[in-house]
Write a protein that binds this ligand. Structure first.
Ligand code: THU
Length: 136
């Protein structure tokens, strides 16, 4: 599904927006500030940052916050999710992969790995994943 990948320039722009969003991270426990930006199919962008909690387990990742923002504004039509983390090699956690999968196998995930920008569809990141079609 490489045909769904974003032009490099757009992907880099989204990662940069995700980096800026991470400046708002509430992560006093992990000190690991993550930012995400959701791109809808009609070109709108929704930011999210990780929001931690004193109970630890209630922490919500940046990707899920961003997706919730898009859904709250009426968008289920998600084209891509860009993620920025403070380390050179980090991609969305397993829970977030499952959460992204809800919006379709072809959603593109943009992240950095060893300083390179990577694009993968969520279907590639979560092969044989559980989808909403399985519920029908
Ligand atoms: N985190 C995210 O926001 N997204 C991920 O995909 C991985 C982890 C956050 C959760 C927690 O606040 C911190 O990073 C350390 O795990």
């Amino acid at each position: 599904m490489t045909g769904n990948y974003l032009p490099d320039e757009l992907a880099a722009e989204l990662v940069e927006e995700a980096r800026k969003t991470a400046e708002n991270s509430y992560s006093p426990y992990s000190h690991f500030a993550v930012g995400a930006v959701v791109l809808t199919k009609d070109g709108q962008r929704f930011p999210g940052t990780n929001t931690e909690n004193a109970s630890y387990g209630l922490t919500i990742c940046a990707e899920r916050i961003a997706l919730g923002g898009a859904v709250s504004a009426g968008h289920m039509d998600i084209r891509a999710v860009a993620v920025w983390t403070p380390t050179e090699s980090a991609s969305p956690c397993g829970a977030c992969r499952q959460f992204i999968m809800e919006f379709g196998q072809d959603v593109v995930v943009v992240f950095q790995n060893e300083k390179k920008m990577i694009q993968k569809t969520i279907g590639e990141l979560l092969p044989y994943g559980f989808t909403r079609e399985a519920m029908q």
